[in-house]
Design a protein around this ligand. Structure first.
Ligand SMILES: [Fe+2]
Length: 528
């Protein structure tokens, strides 16, 4: 009798799990992380019910609801996306998804980032979660445990214990080869990602980047990042400007990405709204330390000079399935290598993607070791990065003793690692610290600006005062991704009022070019 009851119960559990109406939950940042997030899921379409108080799965009790904004997907997987906007900064939101068949998901929650540059932020950076290449079921690549997916799952479990504010994922999710069952690989990846959700239902937003194993638009279709698959975000109201670059586009020849990147860096340099830090993430390393030690000449020629000119301090790479962190360095004269640079001028590069993917050897060793590489190694890991106004601290967390690692228990922004997380600990130290060299005196103070913009929270129109009558001025408005959404030339005016109905929604920059070649910028919020 007892046996019969138990087996019926088992069948019921299996049945419910297999036919969940919604599943594969993800969160993505594609706009201001203080006020918006994208909730993604697979399965039936549905409605998000959410609010600042926890009503468990009583969906009717939540004060806000939001139907999905978009249905996408790839490789025969259907994905739905609800883009929540207008959220409070640094706040916990609880939510459930009620699908069209009437089933309600478990109750999840997330924390929005801050809008205050004085608040710290902590995030995980890593990529390369794909399995080894399997030929007739025999792995031909080096997965230490025989199955790379077990290591990827260890990394995902560590995410739930570390409780980062967000994750910067640097590409290569699954194999997606001609011999692959790509639908199955993605389904497994999305299932495994659920291990990043804490036992009490906290989810962590991700900035997703594209790797070389993704087809064009895969990452857009799976997670709802912008269509171009390159974008930038301002973290904590200007503490950090984070650039997600698409290394599958040629860094020099893809004029769209290069112009956007150049322009966005210019807009965020030397103005009153300048972020304290700028970091970049992308998949293929500019100079790989692992695998074949390849140089991406296009990136060396067209991205590295921009990183150095505009003071990007940290670059996160992936792809070669090995691990490195460098000293602050710069491209050499012949643009075919890096050399050590001063902390004020150099860029720290970390990577290169070992979130479970098959291990590869370090290419440059012994007499060929690169002097600018501080340490290199081969083991499963991701990086944990904590940023304050004055300091960025980088630690490398090994996927070891995962079940024994303590869980962080609070949801505050900018917390540190669990005390017994296993860190990479080379002889020259288990962390890299970058001190912010930005000289505050070089920044324009608000009081120095000759132009005024009001209101700064815009419903439909905004007035720009030039201070004096100007012969010629250009007004440009950029959205939070750094993309231009409005441009107008003004002649012979002391002020000008713009009607912005339906344009440039969200957090943006108004950029004013005056005749004297002076450029001033104002950060604004344009409401729906
Ligand atoms: Fe790759």
């Amino acid at each position: 009798m007892i046996k019969t009851i138990l087996s019926s119960f088992t069948i019921f559990i299996v049945y419910s799990a297999s036919f969940a109406a919604t599943q594969h939950y993800t969160l993505a940042f594609r706009n201001d992380p203080a006020t918006s997030v994208v909730i993604g899921w697979s399965g039936d379409n549905g409605t998000i019910h959410y609010g600042l108080a926890d009503f468990g799965t009583n969906y009717n009790s939540y004060p806000f609801s939001h139907v999905s904004d978009r249905t996408g997907g790839a490789h025969n997987i259907t994905r739905h996306f609800a883009r929540l906007t207008g959220l409070n900064p640094n706040a916990i939101y609880y939510f459930v998804i009620q699908d069209d068949a009437g089933q309600t998901s478990q109750r999840f929650y997330f924390r929005t980032l801050s809008d205050d540059v004085d608040d710290p932020v902590s995030f995980i950076s890593g990529g390369d979660t794909r399995d080894g290449f399997s030929l007739f079921g025999i792995y031909t690549e080096n997965c230490p445990s025989g199955d790379c997916l077990e290591k990827r799952r260890d990394g995902n479990k560590l995410v739930a214990k570390i409780r980062p504010d967000f994750i910067a994922f640097t590409g290569d999710y699954v194999m997606n080869q001609i011999t692959s069952n790509t639908q199955n690989e993605w389904t497994t990846w999305l299932n495994d990602w659920q291990l990043t959700i804490t036992q009490d239902g906290r989810m962590f937003p991700v900035t997703f980047s594209r790797g070389n194993h993704e087809d064009m638009f895969d990452v857009h279709e799976m997670f709802d990042i912008p269509f171009d698959e390159y974008y930038s975000l301002t973290i904590n109201g200007g503490l950090l400007r984070l650039y997600m670059l698409n290394s599958e586009l040629n860094a020099c020849n893809d004029i769209g990405q290069l112009n956007w990147l150049t322009n966005d860096l210019q807009l965020n340099t030397g103005t009153a709204t300048d972020p304290c830090w700028k970091f970049a993430t992308y998949h293929v390393p500019t100079l790989a330390i692992g695998k074949d030690g390849d140089l991406a000449q296009d990136q060396m020629d067209c991205w590295v000079p921009l990183f150095e000119q505009y003071k990007i301090r940290l670059v996160m790479e992936s792809d070669s399935h090995s691990t490195k962190w460098t000293y602050p360095c710069q491209g050499n004269q012949s643009a075919d290598d890096f050399e050590i640079a001063s902390p004020e001028d150099g860029v720290v590069y970390i990577g290169e993607g070992q979130w479970g993917a098959p291990h590869r050897d370090i290419h440059y060793t012994g007499a060929n070791a690169k002097p600018f590489v501080r340490n290199a190694g081969t083991f499963d890991n991701f990086f944990f990065i904590r940023v304050t106004k004055t300091e960025t601290t980088i630690q490398c967390v090994k996927f070891e003793n995962v079940n024994g690692v303590f869980s962080i228990l609070d949801d505050e922004l900018g917390t540190g690692l669990p005390s017994n997380a296993v860190l990479w600990n080379p002889s020259n130290g288990n962390q890299v610290v970058i001190t912010n060299p930005i000289d505050d005196s070089s920044l324009q103070e608000y009081s120095d600006l000759t132009t005024k913009v009001y209101p700064t929270v815009i419903d439909d129109k905004v007035t720009i005062e030039f201070g004096n009558t100007v012969d010629n001025a250009t007004i440009e408005i950029y959205n939070s991704l750094g993309k231009i959404c409005y441009s107008k030339n003004i002649e012979n005016a002391k002020d000008h009022t713009l009607l912005l109905e339906g344009l440039c929604k969200g957090v943006g920059l108004i950029y004013i070019k005056l005749p004297s070649d002076v450029v001033e910028s104002h950060r604004v919020i344009i409401r729906d």
